[in-house]
Design a binder for this molecule. Sequence first.
Ligand code: NAD
Length: 408
Amino acid sequence: MSTSQATFSEHLQFKLHDVKLKAMGYGLKLMKIRHTHVLTGPAAMGELAEKVAQSELKKALIVTTPGAIKRGYSEKLRAALSKYGVASVVYSEVIPDPTFATVRAGLAVLKENDCDCAIALGGGSVMDAAKAMIVAATNDKPIEALMGMRKGKNVPLPFYAIPTTSGTGSEVTNAAVISEDITHAKRFMIDSRTVAKAAVLDPSLTASLPAAITAETGMDAMTHAIEAYISKLSNPESDALAIAAIKGIFTSLPICFKDGSNLEARQAMAKASLTAGMAFRKVMLGYVHAISHQFGALYGTPHGLGNAILLPLVIEYSKDTVAKKLATLAIETGLGDASNTQEQLAQSVVDKLKSLNQQLNIPTKLTGLKEEDIPTIALRSYAEALKIHAAPKYMGKADIEALIKKLL
Ligand code: NAD
């Protein structure tokens, strides 16, 4: 059993967070989240274009990357829109972990061209940048001032998403993660009006993902599902979504990693990623995300990679607190049966995450991690966890430091 080294004053802060979580839990329960029309199959992009036209929208800002242009995805979308009489303009400069500067640049293109909606064509970075643009487009405030809980008074422009990674689920989440320009610290916009009106899940768009990005983004989806499943705010609905996503990832991610052209497995991963997004959007996440965000800010660690490395360690730390739930998950996913003890079943989930990481060539150490940075990383992770997450077992700063030291 991992015994927490939290101090007396940290324990007091945990108690305070529990009270805050109760209130946040009620708020999230009541939060209305729009239904996203999920379009699949070879004609899905055309169907999305038709939906945009049916909403009487005239000019779309396509938010994307140079890679999506090179692979011809952007032209395909422009042609589909044009067929339905919708004009389009492309902003293609989104970088991984987009900054406020990225959002400002895209917003300028949107405004110059009088676009009346945005379509994200890319991974989580593209979808999040586009979400921030549609909020800033109708709210005349610096983008920085729009971060936090629903800070835009006016309704954002309509938003559509075509994910080209299977990991973040951002097409259905109420969150957008934008990094500060200089420090690269991650800031969060929470606004249920940024959930996509419609999303295309087309496996032919993720087939081009290299094996390493397939693995990292896939483990990001896994982290969403597991942190949602063990969240203090979890409920039967989020549990069912999380278990469905975990099952899908256990089956399909190793196939996608080995054979990126397997479209059936790619489709299953796209669905699992979306399902994991639906699982966590009302119940929040935990220490894997709190710590991984700091790795991204300090070292530019890809979000999914940071999550993947941390996931087995954080679950191992939390195991005794959520042993019953992990045991249920183990049985649901075929890792064990009623003949095993609860402790064995819970451990089997940790072991499975470790072996899956190994199969996917995820390292057990973090490249670039500096020992002298660990106290700062721990301090910032500690603060983030007590602001926006709902982890089942609290970690004091010393616990976080001890966990990060394992990655040296
Ligand atoms: P990403 O969007 O940064 O993409 C990773 C890399 O893959 C990029 O270089 C990109 O150009 C490339 N890429 C994308 N699609 C490709 C394709 N089909 N073929 C080849 N290359 C492709 O990665 P991501 O993991 O999807 O998103 C990470 C971002 O999302 C982080 O900033 C993270 O904080 C954020 N995030 C947001 C949410 C949310 O709910 N809004 C949830 C989780 C993570």
